[in-house]
Design a protein around this ligand. Sequence first.
Ligand SMILES: [Zn+2]
Length: 283
Amino acid sequence: MNRQMKYTLALIAAFTIITGCSSNKAEPTPSADPTASPTASATSAVAPSATPSSKSSATPAPTTKATQTPTTSPVPTANAGKNGAVGVVAKPESITVLVNKQNSLPSDYEPADLVYPDVPFVFKEKIEKRKMRKVAAEALEKLFAGAEKDGIHLAGVSAYRSYSTQKSIFQRYVLKDGEEKAKTYSAVPGTSEHETGLAIDITGSDGKCAAEDCFGGTKEAKWLEQHAAEYGFIIRYPKGKANITGYQYEPWHLRYVGTELSKELAAKGLTMEEYFKATPVSK
Ligand SMILES: [Zn+2]
């Protein structure tokens, strides 16, 4: 295989790994999201697959895994969808529920205890995407207060999203690009973690880099990386685990799992997929 081919395959592999938040906005701007994520994943998704636990960005050369992926299953979600391979989670209300491209929430699931967390958002309206489940909302308020004490000013970008909202977002993309392509950058209804009411995208209070790659490395992102677990949250899609979570690094996407699990995951450097010994999403 020549270098050109390798590069092309690696690029295809990278395109199959997309940002979990590309479809997070209730009013998505189709041109912004898809362009933002593929270019970012083309550079970042390949490197992490080399050695997920080590600093692999120094060796950008595509690995065997990255180059093989396209030949076997170009689109992870398409493969998972075959023969009903996407499972429906048994306990959608559990705070440690694993939701990913292979583990879906039931289509009729709606959290019973959604509230508005008392924290600033990048918008003023009291709308769906401001909501979270009560236990997560309370933890979020403590996290924001803890950040303020350290001089870090945060703002919410997007939290809860109902199945029907996700469905209409996804269908809009299907109409535009067809189902297979839409699946590469937007979550199939039921498989977005935002539907649990336990996930939220966070940014700095200036609202810049909201759910965008440029949030990585900011003082707000660093604070979250260091302190989220103290409040029961995890960085759900950490750097170097794209082949396991199915999403490239998203420093802004926090998931509430409770302090017991968050601290253990942070201490051991594990994703939820690894902890629950779930099938890596790339498989
Ligand atoms: Zn998100």
